[in-house]
Design a protein around this ligand. Structure first.
Ligand SMILES: [Fe+2]
Length: 315
């Protein structure tokens, strides 16, 4: 998608994404989406109209684009790309204890964070001291603001060393990619349940990949995300999560501190209610197209910072 002109334009797109959910408009968009789903195998992913329309997709386009890409990956010589295509995830690498410890302490020594899963301009009033967050039983997911995350030199060093941008470009089959979101999240035992514990797909974009860096030990008994391997190419059906029951195919994305996962989060997945100690993780969401999240979370306000950060990781 070409760069958008101004923040006013971005604001209009943000509002129009919400309007898409209104009753009659929704029906109209569903019809257009039906046509696009038929067209996707025949048109380029770079098509500008497709790039804009996918912002309003209910998800059908996301699945069909991934099914088409999967045919291309079959011929790929890159094992990691084949693995992501097969399982919806792959371990990209591990980092040395020393730098991981420093990065973890950088975040845990912050005086404040936000008492929310993701910081958005509209929830900046949820700022809370680290101590209060850690000792209040009603707090479950906290996160740091974008600038705190991108100013973490240890994170930047780890992402560069593990060549995440190179991997992303290969998986996205594009040289022209964006950071739609970057977030560092601290989760901990709590009395409250969060919506991400339910099986869901992340509505990022029609062509996206997310890297997760674990700063703390993560396993099935302590916070690891559970995912259905290969489900990123399942046809989109919102009823799936309602009829689904846990079974042996569910895979936990476990790892020691420093583990980096590449995950196609269009795969069905869910957070983990088993958590025994605070878990710190950073995600970076990359895409060849802007995502709904980019607009809804108003990340476009940080367009310059995100572009500069992407550039710094690519060098
Ligand atoms: Fe998710």
């Amino acid at each position: 998608m070409p760069p958008l002109a101004t923040n006013e334009m971005n604001f209009l797109i943000e509002k129009s994404i919400y309007i898409r959910e209104k009753f009659l408009i929704k029906n109209l968009f569903d019809i257009i989406e039906y046509i696009f789903v038929k067209l996707v195998p025949k048109i380029s992913q770079k098509n500008i109209i497709l790039n804009y329309f996918q912002l309003y997709s209910d998800g059908s386009i996301f699945s069909i684009v991934r099914q088409e890409k999967s045919k291309i990956y079959q011929k790929s010589k890159e094992n990691i790309i084949k693995e992501i295509d097969k399982n919806s995830f792959a371990i990209v690498g591990n980092s040395e204890n020393d730098i991981v410890e420093k990065g973890k302490n950088y975040f845990l020594k912050q005086e404040y964070l936000f008492n929310t899963h993701v910081v958005k301009p509209q929830n900046r009033n949820l700022k809370i001291s680290m101590n209060e967050f850690l000792y209040n039983d009603n707090c479950n997911y906290g996160s740091f603001d974008l600038k705190t995350t991108i100013n973490c030199k240890h994170l930047q060093e780890i992402l560069i060393k593990n060549k995440v941008i190179k991997i992303a470009k290969k998986y996205l089959l594009s040289e022209n990619i964006f950071i739609n979101s970057i977030n560092t999240m601290l989760s901990k035992p709590s009395n409250k349940r969060h919506g991400v514990l339910k099986l869901h797909r992340d509505h990022d974009s029609m062509n996206s990949i997310t890297f997760f860096l674990y700063w703390t030990e993560t396993d099935r008994y302590n916070g690891s995300t559970a995912l259905l391997p290969g489900s990123h190419i399942f046809k989109h059906d919102k009823r799936f999560s309602k009829v689904y029951t846990d079974n042996i195919s569910l895979k936990y994305l476990e790892g020691k501190p420093g583990t980096i996962y590449a995950v196609d989060t269009w795969a069905w997945h869910k957070g983990n209610e088993n958590i025994t100690s605070p878990r710190l993780v950073t995600w970076i969401r990359l895409s060849s197209a802007k995502s709904q999240v980019y607009f809804k979370d108003k990340n476009y306000i940080y367009e310059k910072e995100l572009n500069n950060y992407l550039k710094s990781l690519s060098e």
